[in-house]
Design a protein around this ligand. Structure first.
Ligand code: AMP
Ligand code: ZN
Ligand code: FE
Ligand code: FE
Length: 283
Protein backbone atom coordinates (compact mmCIF):
# COMPACT_ATOMS: atom_id res chain seq x y z
CA UNK A 1 0.00 0.00 0.00
CA UNK A 2 1.40 3.44 -0.99
CA UNK A 3 0.12 6.41 0.99
CA UNK A 4 0.98 10.09 0.35
CA UNK A 5 -0.77 12.39 2.83
CA UNK A 6 0.32 15.93 1.87
CA UNK A 7 -0.27 17.42 -1.59
CA UNK A 8 -1.46 20.68 -3.18
CA UNK A 9 -3.75 21.43 -6.11
CA UNK A 10 -4.56 24.58 -8.12
CA UNK A 11 -7.02 25.41 -5.33
CA UNK A 12 -3.94 26.71 -3.49
CA UNK A 13 -0.50 26.74 -5.12
CA UNK A 14 -0.11 23.38 -6.87
CA UNK A 15 -0.26 23.17 -10.66
CA UNK A 16 -2.68 20.18 -11.01
CA UNK A 17 -6.44 20.65 -10.63
CA UNK A 18 -7.84 18.46 -7.82
CA UNK A 19 -9.29 15.83 -10.22
CA UNK A 20 -6.09 15.75 -12.29
CA UNK A 21 -4.00 15.30 -9.17
CA UNK A 22 -6.13 12.34 -8.09
CA UNK A 23 -5.83 10.73 -11.53
CA UNK A 24 -2.07 11.24 -11.49
CA UNK A 25 -1.91 9.57 -8.06
CA UNK A 26 -3.84 6.56 -9.44
CA UNK A 27 -1.56 6.34 -12.50
CA UNK A 28 1.49 6.40 -10.27
CA UNK A 29 0.19 3.54 -8.13
CA UNK A 30 -0.78 5.42 -4.98
CA UNK A 31 -3.55 3.80 -2.91
CA UNK A 32 -4.24 6.77 -0.63
CA UNK A 33 -3.88 10.49 -1.39
CA UNK A 34 -4.20 13.28 1.17
CA UNK A 35 -5.20 16.62 -0.39
CA UNK A 36 -3.98 19.41 1.89
CA UNK A 37 -4.35 22.77 0.14
CA UNK A 38 -3.21 25.89 2.01
CA UNK A 39 -5.94 27.30 4.27
CA UNK A 40 -8.92 26.01 2.24
CA UNK A 41 -11.17 22.95 1.80
CA UNK A 42 -12.34 24.10 -1.63
CA UNK A 43 -10.71 21.31 -3.65
CA UNK A 44 -12.11 18.42 -1.66
CA UNK A 45 -15.48 17.82 -3.31
CA UNK A 46 -13.94 17.67 -6.81
CA UNK A 47 -11.17 15.43 -5.47
CA UNK A 48 -13.66 13.10 -3.75
CA UNK A 49 -15.62 12.64 -6.99
CA UNK A 50 -12.43 11.94 -8.95
CA UNK A 51 -11.18 9.54 -6.27
CA UNK A 52 -14.17 7.22 -6.48
CA UNK A 53 -13.81 7.13 -10.27
CA UNK A 54 -10.05 6.50 -10.14
CA UNK A 55 -10.09 3.91 -7.36
CA UNK A 56 -7.93 6.02 -5.03
CA UNK A 57 -8.78 6.56 -1.38
CA UNK A 58 -8.86 10.27 -0.62
CA UNK A 59 -8.04 11.66 2.82
CA UNK A 60 -9.53 15.14 3.28
CA UNK A 61 -7.00 17.59 4.66
CA UNK A 62 -5.88 21.19 4.93
CA UNK A 63 -2.47 22.80 5.57
CA UNK A 64 -2.93 25.72 7.94
CA UNK A 65 -0.48 28.65 8.08
CA UNK A 66 0.34 29.31 11.75
CA UNK A 67 3.12 30.87 13.79
CA UNK A 68 5.42 30.10 16.71
CA UNK A 69 7.49 33.02 18.07
CA UNK A 70 6.53 34.98 14.96
CA UNK A 71 8.01 32.29 12.69
CA UNK A 72 5.91 30.45 10.10
CA UNK A 73 4.86 26.88 11.03
CA UNK A 74 2.51 24.70 8.96
CA UNK A 75 -0.11 22.46 10.55
CA UNK A 76 -1.88 19.63 8.70
CA UNK A 77 -5.49 19.03 9.71
CA UNK A 78 -7.01 15.71 8.59
CA UNK A 79 -10.70 14.83 8.53
CA UNK A 80 -11.87 18.24 9.77
CA UNK A 81 -15.56 19.04 9.34
CA UNK A 82 -15.33 21.82 6.69
CA UNK A 83 -18.56 23.40 7.97
CA UNK A 84 -17.42 23.76 11.58
CA UNK A 85 -17.82 27.54 12.07
CA UNK A 86 -14.74 28.36 14.20
CA UNK A 87 -12.27 26.65 11.86
CA UNK A 88 -14.11 27.81 8.72
CA UNK A 89 -14.03 31.45 9.86
CA UNK A 90 -10.38 31.31 10.92
CA UNK A 91 -9.34 29.86 7.54
CA UNK A 92 -11.19 32.70 5.83
CA UNK A 93 -9.31 35.22 8.00
CA UNK A 94 -5.97 33.57 7.14
CA UNK A 95 -6.78 33.64 3.42
CA UNK A 96 -7.71 37.34 3.61
CA UNK A 97 -4.32 38.01 5.18
CA UNK A 98 -2.51 35.83 2.65
CA UNK A 99 -4.10 37.60 -0.33
CA UNK A 100 -4.40 41.04 1.31
CA UNK A 101 -0.67 41.72 1.36
CA UNK A 102 -0.18 40.96 -2.36
CA UNK A 103 -0.53 44.65 -3.41
CA UNK A 104 2.13 45.62 -0.83
CA UNK A 105 4.48 42.92 -2.15
CA UNK A 106 3.91 44.09 -5.72
CA UNK A 107 4.70 47.67 -4.61
CA UNK A 108 7.94 46.48 -3.01
CA UNK A 109 8.94 44.67 -6.19
CA UNK A 110 8.15 47.76 -8.26
CA UNK A 111 10.30 49.86 -5.94
CA UNK A 112 13.07 47.27 -6.34
CA UNK A 113 13.01 47.86 -10.10
CA UNK A 114 10.77 44.94 -11.10
CA UNK A 115 7.64 46.26 -12.85
CA UNK A 116 4.68 43.95 -12.09
CA UNK A 117 0.94 44.33 -11.47
CA UNK A 118 -1.45 42.77 -8.96
CA UNK A 119 -3.57 41.61 -11.91
CA UNK A 120 -0.70 39.46 -13.22
CA UNK A 121 -0.34 37.78 -9.83
CA UNK A 122 -4.06 37.18 -9.49
CA UNK A 123 -4.15 35.67 -12.98
CA UNK A 124 -1.67 33.01 -11.84
CA UNK A 125 -3.88 32.16 -8.88
CA UNK A 126 -6.71 31.26 -11.27
CA UNK A 127 -9.77 30.24 -9.27
CA UNK A 128 -7.79 29.72 -6.07
CA UNK A 129 -9.28 31.39 -3.00
CA UNK A 130 -5.79 31.27 -1.42
CA UNK A 131 -3.57 33.73 -3.33
CA UNK A 132 -0.03 33.75 -1.98
CA UNK A 133 3.66 34.23 -2.60
CA UNK A 134 3.90 31.26 -5.01
CA UNK A 135 1.62 33.15 -7.40
CA UNK A 136 3.80 36.26 -7.11
CA UNK A 137 6.70 33.96 -7.92
CA UNK A 138 4.91 32.65 -11.03
CA UNK A 139 4.34 36.22 -12.22
CA UNK A 140 8.05 36.99 -11.73
CA UNK A 141 8.94 33.91 -13.79
CA UNK A 142 6.51 34.96 -16.54
CA UNK A 143 8.14 38.41 -16.67
CA UNK A 144 11.49 36.67 -17.13
CA UNK A 145 13.01 38.12 -13.93
CA UNK A 146 13.80 34.63 -12.58
CA UNK A 147 13.87 31.14 -14.08
CA UNK A 148 11.77 29.21 -11.52
CA UNK A 149 9.53 29.70 -8.47
CA UNK A 150 12.40 28.50 -6.27
CA UNK A 151 14.63 31.32 -7.52
CA UNK A 152 11.89 33.88 -6.89
CA UNK A 153 11.76 32.71 -3.27
CA UNK A 154 15.53 32.51 -2.92
CA UNK A 155 16.13 36.06 -4.19
CA UNK A 156 13.00 38.12 -3.43
CA UNK A 157 10.20 36.38 -1.54
CA UNK A 158 11.66 34.30 1.30
CA UNK A 159 10.67 35.17 4.89
CA UNK A 160 12.38 38.47 5.64
CA UNK A 161 13.43 38.81 1.98
CA UNK A 162 13.48 42.14 0.05
CA UNK A 163 9.86 41.82 -1.17
CA UNK A 164 8.47 39.91 1.82
CA UNK A 165 5.43 41.34 3.61
CA UNK A 166 4.07 39.87 6.87
CA UNK A 167 0.52 38.58 7.16
CA UNK A 168 -1.96 37.40 9.77
CA UNK A 169 -1.55 33.83 11.06
CA UNK A 170 -2.93 32.25 14.25
CA UNK A 171 -0.73 30.78 16.99
CA UNK A 172 0.05 27.10 16.43
CA UNK A 173 -1.60 26.13 19.73
CA UNK A 174 -4.84 27.85 18.69
CA UNK A 175 -4.80 26.20 15.26
CA UNK A 176 -4.41 22.75 16.86
CA UNK A 177 -7.44 23.51 19.04
CA UNK A 178 -9.45 24.51 15.94
CA UNK A 179 -8.52 21.29 14.12
CA UNK A 180 -9.42 19.17 17.15
CA UNK A 181 -12.63 21.17 17.62
CA UNK A 182 -13.63 20.30 14.04
CA UNK A 183 -13.16 16.57 14.72
CA UNK A 184 -9.80 16.47 12.95
CA UNK A 185 -6.35 15.03 13.52
CA UNK A 186 -3.47 17.53 13.94
CA UNK A 187 -0.06 16.72 12.41
CA UNK A 188 2.85 19.17 12.21
CA UNK A 189 3.98 19.57 8.57
CA UNK A 190 7.76 19.36 7.89
CA UNK A 191 8.49 20.50 11.50
CA UNK A 192 12.25 20.72 11.20
CA UNK A 193 12.51 22.19 7.70
CA UNK A 194 13.54 25.87 7.13
CA UNK A 195 14.76 26.61 10.64
CA UNK A 196 11.77 24.94 12.33
CA UNK A 197 13.99 23.03 14.75
CA UNK A 198 14.76 26.30 16.60
CA UNK A 199 11.09 26.87 17.47
CA UNK A 200 9.73 23.32 17.54
CA UNK A 201 12.10 22.03 20.19
CA UNK A 202 11.56 18.70 21.89
CA UNK A 203 10.22 20.28 25.15
CA UNK A 204 7.80 22.44 23.16
CA UNK A 205 6.61 19.42 21.15
CA UNK A 206 6.06 17.62 24.43
CA UNK A 207 3.89 20.51 25.65
CA UNK A 208 1.92 20.52 22.39
CA UNK A 209 1.12 16.85 22.92
CA UNK A 210 0.31 17.07 26.63
CA UNK A 211 -1.66 20.32 26.68
CA UNK A 212 -2.94 20.87 23.16
CA UNK A 213 -3.58 17.41 21.74
CA UNK A 214 -1.08 17.35 18.87
CA UNK A 215 -1.42 13.95 17.14
CA UNK A 216 1.58 13.56 14.90
CA UNK A 217 4.74 14.71 13.14
CA UNK A 218 5.48 14.61 9.42
CA UNK A 219 8.92 13.06 9.73
CA UNK A 220 9.57 11.88 6.17
CA UNK A 221 9.46 14.97 3.96
CA UNK A 222 11.73 16.07 1.09
CA UNK A 223 12.86 19.14 3.10
CA UNK A 224 14.17 16.97 5.98
CA UNK A 225 17.75 15.72 5.87
CA UNK A 226 18.43 12.12 6.95
CA UNK A 227 19.80 13.34 10.32
CA UNK A 228 16.69 15.35 11.22
CA UNK A 229 14.47 12.45 10.14
CA UNK A 230 16.33 10.12 12.50
CA UNK A 231 16.19 12.61 15.38
CA UNK A 232 12.50 13.40 14.79
CA UNK A 233 11.70 9.69 14.64
CA UNK A 234 13.17 9.27 18.12
CA UNK A 235 11.18 12.25 19.43
CA UNK A 236 7.94 10.99 17.83
CA UNK A 237 8.37 7.54 19.36
CA UNK A 238 9.13 8.93 22.81
CA UNK A 239 6.07 11.20 22.74
CA UNK A 240 3.79 8.52 21.27
CA UNK A 241 3.10 10.62 18.16
CA UNK A 242 1.88 9.38 14.79
CA UNK A 243 4.78 9.47 12.36
CA UNK A 244 3.78 10.36 8.80
CA UNK A 245 5.62 10.74 5.50
CA UNK A 246 4.54 12.68 2.40
CA UNK A 247 5.76 14.38 -0.75
CA UNK A 248 4.21 17.88 -0.35
CA UNK A 249 3.69 17.64 -4.11
CA UNK A 250 2.97 20.98 -5.86
CA UNK A 251 3.00 19.71 -9.47
CA UNK A 252 5.51 21.78 -11.45
CA UNK A 253 5.59 24.39 -8.68
CA UNK A 254 8.22 22.65 -6.57
CA UNK A 255 11.10 20.47 -7.62
CA UNK A 256 12.18 17.47 -5.49
CA UNK A 257 8.55 16.78 -4.46
CA UNK A 258 7.42 13.99 -6.80
CA UNK A 259 4.17 12.30 -5.75
CA UNK A 260 4.92 9.41 -3.40
CA UNK A 261 8.62 10.31 -2.93
CA UNK A 262 7.98 10.01 0.82
CA UNK A 263 5.09 7.90 2.19
CA UNK A 264 3.19 6.93 5.33
CA UNK A 265 2.97 3.41 6.82
CA UNK A 266 -0.47 1.73 6.49
CA UNK A 267 -0.75 1.21 10.29
CA UNK A 268 -0.27 4.93 10.91
CA UNK A 269 -2.83 5.82 8.26
CA UNK A 270 -5.38 3.42 9.76
CA UNK A 271 -4.86 4.90 13.23
CA UNK A 272 -5.25 8.40 11.82
CA UNK A 273 -8.56 7.48 10.17
CA UNK A 274 -9.70 5.72 13.36
CA UNK A 275 -9.13 8.92 15.34
CA UNK A 276 -11.09 10.97 12.83
CA UNK A 277 -13.98 8.51 13.21
CA UNK A 278 -13.76 8.64 16.99
CA UNK A 279 -13.87 12.46 16.98
CA UNK A 280 -16.75 12.74 14.56
CA UNK A 281 -14.70 14.31 11.77
CA UNK A 282 -15.04 13.63 8.04
CA UNK A 283 -12.26 11.55 6.44
P1 AMP B 1 2.52 32.45 1.58
O1 AMP B 1 1.56 31.42 2.17
O2 AMP B 1 1.86 33.36 0.62
O3 AMP B 1 3.30 33.17 2.64
O4 AMP B 1 3.57 31.59 0.74
C1 AMP B 1 4.24 30.50 1.36
C2 AMP B 1 4.11 29.27 0.50
O5 AMP B 1 5.06 29.36 -0.54
C3 AMP B 1 4.51 28.01 1.25
O6 AMP B 1 3.42 27.42 1.87
C4 AMP B 1 5.05 27.13 0.16
O7 AMP B 1 4.01 26.40 -0.46
C5 AMP B 1 5.61 28.10 -0.84
N1 AMP B 1 7.07 28.20 -0.75
C6 AMP B 1 7.81 28.60 0.30
N2 AMP B 1 9.12 28.58 0.01
C7 AMP B 1 9.20 28.16 -1.27
C8 AMP B 1 10.29 27.93 -2.17
N3 AMP B 1 11.55 28.12 -1.80
N4 AMP B 1 10.00 27.49 -3.41
C9 AMP B 1 8.73 27.30 -3.78
N5 AMP B 1 7.67 27.48 -2.98
C10 AMP B 1 7.89 27.92 -1.75
ZN1 ZN C 1 2.34 25.39 -1.05
FE1 FE D 1 4.12 23.57 4.15
FE1 FE E 1 2.51 21.86 1.76
Amino acid sequence: MRIDLHTHSTVSDGTDAPAGLVRKAAEQGLDVLGLTDHDTFDGLSEAHRAASAAGVELLAGVEISTQVNGHSVHLLGYGCDPDEPALRDELARIRRGRAGRIPAMVERLNALGLPLTVEEVVAFAGASPSVGRPHVADALVARGYVAHRNDAFAVWLHDGGPAYVERYTPRLEDAIALVRGAGGVAVLAHPWARGGADDLTEPFLELLVAEHGLDGLEVDHPDHEPESRAALRTVARRLGLLLTGSSDHHGLGKTRNDLGCDTTEPDVYRELVRRVGERGGRP
